[in-house]
Design a protein around this ligand. Structure first.
Ligand code: UTP
Length: 297
């Protein structure tokens, strides 16, 4: 029987260059979809999957993230005095219990694999989840919960996967799978950002992982991969070469790449439309914009 997954790593130490100049002072993970920062969506998903310990790998300039999870007595008093119970509940939802959250520094942005390795002592000898908050997934059953259920059956490691257009494969970690039928696919190889025309499939790894602690031993080697970075994909690929079991998991849900501007805008519209209090106004606005554009063309 596999151990329960109760720890999750949130690597948030990247430089976020695609969102400059905003990310000069605002961590990407604090940017909001409607009224919640990206990190809140990630935490909610982790909680729904049974995660109890939240490990943030942070960096210089990310203190807004630590503040976000802190208690705010002044705000709380004001909302209580004003009888604003709904907002108060929202505020409480952002709180984390003392000891539930840990922050580790990645002193240099050496890559996602290195960021995960920075948390090795906190993870110990248990399988753990990794969530990249800039991949936001809208789903009836939260994506990580779906993966925890798949992991209970397969053991080993499980990575979230989805099909991407062939011309996009060079932007992702790509899976080489034994069989493409079904939602849980045995992986026989993985390659980070394959050159055009060399991808083993068009199944891309998305920012959700459940990993065996053995992967930390691979990351210890600090081998540089694509872009001169220490890649998580490469460490998982070496695990497969060593005979370890890895599965790709085709999740149910819609993924938004909120690390890119287009993806972030699409997510803003989709999450706005999903909110009953905003939907009608947003729809009216969008149809106006579309008709004005059409008339101008
Ligand atoms: P990205 O590839 O999106 O990089 O990282 P980035 O720095 O966040 O953004 P751009 O590309 O410069 O715009 C994917 C995830 O890995 C984390 C990031 O914080 C993000 O969650 N990461 C990446 C680290 O924690 N450390 C690193 O050294 C690199």
């Amino acid at each position: 029987m596999e151990k329960k997954v109760t720890k999750a790593i949130f690597p948030v130490a990247g430089l976020g260059t695609r969102f400059l100049p905003a990310t000069k002072s605002v961590p990407k993970e604090i940017m909001t979809l409607v009224d919640r920062p990206l990190i809140q969506y990630a935490i909610d998903e982790a909680r729904a999957a049974g995660i109890e310990e939240f490990i943030f790998v942070t960096a210089r300039g990310k203190s807004a993230l630590e503040d976000y999870f802190d208690h705010s007595p002044e705000l709380e008093r004001k909302l209580k005095d004003g009888g604003k119970d709904e907002l108060l509940a929202e505020l409480h939802h952002t709180y984390m219990d003392s000891g539930q959250i840990a922050y580790i520094r990645q002193h240099q942005a050496l890559g996602l694999g290195h960021a995960v390795w920075c948390a090795r002592r906190l993870v110990g000898d248990e399988p753990f989840a990794v969530i990249l908050p800039d991949d936001v997934i809208a789903a009836d059953t939260p994506c990580l919960q779906q993966m925890v259920e798949a992991f209970a059956e397969t053991g080993g490691s499980v990575v979230a996967a989805m099909e991407v257009a062939p011309e996009k494969t060079s932007s992702y970690g790509i899976l080489d799978v034994e069989d493409t039928a079904g939602s849980t696919l045995r992986v026989r190889g993985m390659v980070e950002k394959p050159k055009a025309g060399t991808a083993p499939s068009n199944l891309a790894v998305i920012g959700r992982y459940i990993l065996s602690p053995r992967v930390m031993t691979q990351l210890n080697e600090k081998k540089e991969g694509a872009g001169g970075e220490i890649q998580l994909t490469d460490a998982i690929a070496r695990e497969i070469d060593d005979g370890q079991k890895v599965h790709g998991f085709r999740f149910n849900g819609q993924r938004f790449d909120c690390g890119s501007k287009a993806g972030f805008l699409q997510a803003t519209v989709a999450f706005g439309m999903a909110r009953p209090d905003l939907r009608d106004e947003l729809m009216d606005f969008m149809s106006d914009v579309i008709s004005i554009q059409a008339a101008a063309e």
